[in-house]
Design a protein around this ligand. Structure first.
Ligand SMILES: [Zn+2]
Length: 181
């Protein structure tokens, strides 16, 4: 299992939450969705619960307009692969240190019972997590995933500890939990 398993949803046209569907075009600005409401519900219920709990990162991806794609190679380019690689290598080094060089050790493999010891949240972090759990009805497993991802975000940033901003970013990566009816 990878540290992070990305799961993308197509066809999100604006900032309001849209539900994924079998045809994949629900909410797309130009292509019509051909799914019936019961088909969408069935699809969502198949995605929900234990399956979603096993996915670390769920992110909605907007369809890319041609002009934006064509401009990709020019000025607006973000971080380059070499920089990202260096950040990831530094984060992995931090994890090796955390687990005292244990073979293949990674945040993804921290047993749930040991997560709190590695994440040591302050009062602000705890209340943020409590609020998210209540509002989104998050399962214990989902909360564990959020903690692990927040720890990895903190590692990638080179931060010494998991802060509220890392937790709220990790909560943002639970798109499908946030869409559950
Ligand atoms: Zn559809």
């Amino acid at each position: 299992m990878q540290d992070l398993l990305a799961f993308s949803l197509g066809g999100v046209s604006d900032k309001k939450a849209t539900l994924p569907c079998p045809c994949g075009w629900r909410g797309h600005p130009r292509r019509p969705c051909v799914c019936t409401p019961p088909a969408v519900s069935r699809y969502l219920s198949r995605l929900s619960g234990p399956l979603l709990d096993r996915i670390d990162v769920q992110v909605e991806v907007e369809s890319l307009p041609f002009a934006a794609w064509a401009g990709e190679g020019s000025a607006s380019r973000g971080e380059g692969s070499a920089e990202v690689r260096a950040r990831v290598a530094a984060a992995r080094a931090r994890q090796r240190e955390r687990f005292a060089g244990a073979d293949g050790a990674a945040n993804a493999r921290i047993p749930p019972g040991e997560l709190c010891r590695h994440c040591a949240l302050d009062a602000g972090g705890l209340s943020l997590l409590e609020g998210a759990a209540r509002k989104l009805g998050l399962s214990a497993r989902s909360l564990d995933r959020i903690l692990r991802v927040a720890l990895t975000i903190a590692d990638l940033e080179g931060a010494g500890a998991v802060a509220s901003r890392h937790l709220s970013e990790a909560v943002q990566y639970r798109s499908l939990d946030r869409l559950q009816p």
